[in-house]
Design a protein around this ligand. Structure first.
Ligand code: GLU
Length: 312
């Protein structure tokens, strides 16, 4: 718990410093109402560290219509994944790269990063939550793949992770995915991590739980020999439990993170892809990265090109 707070405080401090630095630039655009905001009467000034302006027009999209008439963007995300989506125990605010990407999208839709309702999603309920309309979008370390594309659509990718293995700091017998055969390995139900580890280490005993923080507990207690999922999720768990775990360090998959969307609303998908590209261009994506994942990964990567695939 104590370490959670320390990390959260560091992330918050970084965000605050960035906000101050951006504010100090004296960029006129940040305090001047945008055309779009003025035209619709919605709040105009940027409310966070981001530069992105409210869109000056909106395409015909059922999802966007509903979001705008409701007045909030409903976002499914993880609540217990340090660096990506984690609830700060002191103020209950969600912190992480995924939640910042959500705030950038809200700023483009409403001119206000706060017009968001976050709903907790775990790996296995992301497609159903989108399909049932319980959320407008899912931003939750969510790998784009063809199986999922049969049920939902994806904007992005906005980040590329890779699956890795985390073991106790003093473990020496597991140095690659092959070494998981015959061992107990924890991962999350409904994740690509589950599918990948079953394919790569068919004789591993896979223990499935709902969240990666539950896997970290199982590893600490000695109930499993390893945890496997995306490297950046594991890095977050390591930062939260300093000195306890280590990464094997050999990624064996590519996990492009996308924004999950209702299937077939191509105008909304274009709008979200446009938003990502604006955030790549104007530095907002890098600001979001630096204040979150950047706490453990100092080099800001080049954002991946968005994939405007044609729907099946
Ligand atoms: N990125 C992988 C997935 O979408 C693993 C992480 C997760 O479960 O959120 O399944």
């Amino acid at each position: 718990m104590r370490r959670t707070r320390l990390l959260s405080t560091a992330a918050l401090a970084a965000t605050t410093m960035l906000a101050l630095a951006l504010g100090a630039c004296g960029d006129d655009d940040e305090s001047t109402p945008t055309t779009g905001a003025g035209a619709s009467g919605a709040p105009a000034a940027a409310s966070g560290p981001y530069k992105i302006e409210m869109a000056d027009s909106f395409p015909a999209s059922p999802t966007l219509d509903e979001i705008r008439s409701r007045g909030t963007l409903v976002v499914g995300t993880k609540f217990d994944q340090p660096l990506f989506g984690q609830q700060n125990p002191t103020n209950e605010e969600l912190e992480g790269f995924d939640t910042e990407i959500a705030r950038i999208l809200a700023q483009r839709i409403f001119g206000d990063t706060d017009k968001i309702e976050f709903v907790e999603t775990v790996s296995k309920n992301r497609e159903p939550f989108i399909q049932q309309g319980r959320v407008d979008v899912v931003i939750a370390t969510y790998t784009i793949n063809d199986t999922r594309k049969e049920l939902v659509d994806f904007a992005g990718p906005y980040y590329i992770a890779g699956q890795d293995i985390m073991v106790m700091a003093d473990e020496t017998s597991i140095t690659s995915v092959d070494d998981l055969n015959g061992r107990k390995v924890c991962t999350v139900e409904g994740s690509t991590s589950e599918k990948n580890v079953r394919a790569e280490a068919p004789d591993a005993e896979v223990i499935l739980v709902d969240t990666y923080s539950a896997c970290a507990e199982q590893l600490t207690d000695g109930r499993v020999d390893a945890v496997t999922t995306d490297n950046v999720i594991l890095l977050g768990l390591m930062a939260q439990n300093e000195g306890t775990f280590k990464l094997v360090g050999k990624t064996f998959t590519e996990e492009p993170y996308g924004i999950g969307l209702p299937k077939g609303d191509d105008a909304f998908r274009d709008f979200v892809n446009d938003t990502l590209e604006i955030a790549y261009e104007n530095g907002d994506w890098a600001t979001a990265f630096t204040s979150t994942v950047g706490v453990v990964q100092k080099t800001v990567p080049t954002p991946p090109a968005v994939d405007r695939y044609s729907a099946a």
